[in-house]
Design a protein around this ligand. Structure first.
Ligand SMILES: [Ca+2]
Ligand SMILES: [Ca+2]
Ligand SMILES: [Ca+2]
Ligand SMILES: [Ca+2]
Length: 472
């Protein structure tokens, strides 16, 4: 008699369960991740920096979404910077990834959610959710119900009285109807003095307990006029069956600024995800633009360990530190050569007078962490286009201002997309390079300028195509 009951229960649970979750950014569920590249500086019908998000399957011209796209709520307006923040997950559990789009400024900054479909991402059923001061976004199934969830930085919440800086992250949970306010919860910063809680966020299982953990960091206000100066931070917010509930602050590695870019992967292959952060803001009272550096916190059963610094000299990508390299302005991590150790790509957009470059660092066992791999710039084999340095009259390409690793071509090796927001006087471009066992630059690569998408020059503030890329 027990058997039919069990089957009935199984059928009931199957009916409630979501489809096999799609990988983030796989909007049509075909097993290939699509590139989402924003142009936050896009002007729209006279509204400067209204913003837009281009979806570029395989790095080819695709669809541009703005607030004027059919189905997308709201209207384009000045300084929205629609697309300044992106995250993707399968929020409604239909087997196709969905896209959360945030702005940057404070007006009408709820999160827009675009849903995937068999035809890819569309405006159909698009919705806005969450707080109206949303900035940074990070997605993952925090409560393990099969629906991806979204962490949203609330830039105005619980901020210091004289300072507009976040003190809160809102957790929104997915369900069959997509992201909603139901069960939403707020995480607060672990210390009152901390500014910009949630400025950068990343998700992974750092203590290997099966629950996704949230990491947040901020570079802090490395500002001479700030009294007392805030020195940046890295926080670890361990997952629970209901998602992260509280955060603890990790010991800083470098005095002063904290990481403004974050990535998570298992770099030393021990099964615990590790944190890589890029610190690209200069020290307090430092009048030179930064050289930039990386910090690594290795995961363990008790959470992230004490951090270690890996600057360009220790990673042997530079003989001496130079100001204005902006090394670590962007980071992304994945196992590029499938050897079981996560690898890191590091953008250094200021290198060579803003021509920029990207450095690949190989993961390995302890003692062989973050060793130098490929060094990619326009002019190195397999990288399309010519390096463009800044002159008195125009900016450089800033190759590496943003980086992302996607499984775009359907094979086992992650592919690299590099943003060049300074390309053609700030119109911007992206370069897509296919991964292989032997690295990047061995297979045909592609450069796509914003003009190919009908996007005009974004203007002098360099928020062109390639300044923000969707990162799984
Ligand atoms: Ca979906
Ligand atoms: Ca969930
Ligand atoms: Ca965990
Ligand atoms: Ca590890």
């Amino acid at each position: 008699m027990a058997r039919p009951v069990a089957i009935a229960a199984l059928v009931a649970s199957l009916a409630a369960a979501p489809a096999a979750a799609a990988a983030p950014f796989d909007f049509d569920g075909d097993g290939r991740q699509d590139l989402a590249a924003s142009t936050p500086g896009l002007e729209h019908r006279g509204a400067p920096s209204a913003g837009g998000v281009a979806i570029l399957p395989g790095g080819r011209p695709g669809t541009l979404f703005t607030r004027a796209t059919g189905g997308v709520p709201g209207e384009p307006s000045g300084d929205d910077r629609f697309g300044a923040n992106l995250a993707s997950g399968d929020f409604n559990g239909d087997g196709r990834a969905d896209l959360a789009v945030g702005g940057e400024w404070l007006r009408d900054a709820r999160v827009t959610v675009l849903y995937g479909s068999r035809r890819g991402l569309t405006g159909d059923g698009a919705d806005t959710v969450g707080p109206d001061d949303a900035t940074t976004l990070a997605a993952g199934d925090f409560n393990r119900d099969g629906f991806d969830d979204l962490a949203v930085t609330m830039i105005l919440a619980d901020s210091a009285p004289d300072y507009e800086g976040s003190g809160a992250i809102r957790l929104l949970f997915g369900g069959a109807q997509g992201l909603s306010q139901q069960g939403a919860r707020t995480l607060t910063r672990p210390a009152r003095g901390q500014d910009e809680f949630g400025q950068a966020m990343a998700v992974g299982d750092l203590n290997r307990d099966g629950h996704l953990d949230l990491v947040d960091s901020a570079f802090g206000s490395a500002d001479v006029y700030d009294d007392p100066p805030d020195s940046g931070h890295v926080n670890f917010c361990p997952g629970t069956p209901a998602g992260p509930q509280s955060c603890t602050t990790l010991q800083p590695v470098v005095r002063g600024p904290g990481p403004g870019s974050l990535a998570v992967a298992d770099i030393d292959g021990d099964g615990y995800d590790d944190i890589v952060g890029g610190i690209f803001i200069g020290g307090l009272y430092d009048d030179k633009p930064p050289a930039g550096t990386l910090v690594l916190y290795r995961g363990s059963a008790s959470g992230p360990s004490e951090g270690t610094e890996f600057d360009q000299v220790t990673s042997r990508v530079r003989r001496g530190e130079r100001p204005a390299d902006w090394y670590g302005a962007s980071v992304a991590a994945a196992d590029l050569d499938r050897d079981g150790y996560g690898d890191v790509v590091v953008g250094s957009p200021g290198r060579n007078r803003d021509a920029g470059r990207v450095v690949v660092l190989r993961g390995g066992p302890r003692g062989r962490l973050l060793r130098r791999g490929d060094v990619l710039h326009q002019g190195s084999p397999g990288v399309p286009g010519r390096p463009r340095r800044a002159t008195r009259f125009r900016g450089g390409n800033q190759f590496g201002a943003a980086v992302t690793l996607l499984r775009a071509d359907g094979d086992r090796f992650p592919d690299l997309v590099v943003g060049l927001p300074g390309f053609r006087r700030g119109e911007g471009a992206i370069v897509t390079m296919r991964g292989s066992k032997r690295g990047f630059g061995r297979r045909p690569a592609r450069l796509l300028g914003a003009h190919r998408l009908g996007i005009e020059a974004a203007g002098p503030d360099f928020l062109g195509l390639g300044s923000v890329l969707g990162r799984p």
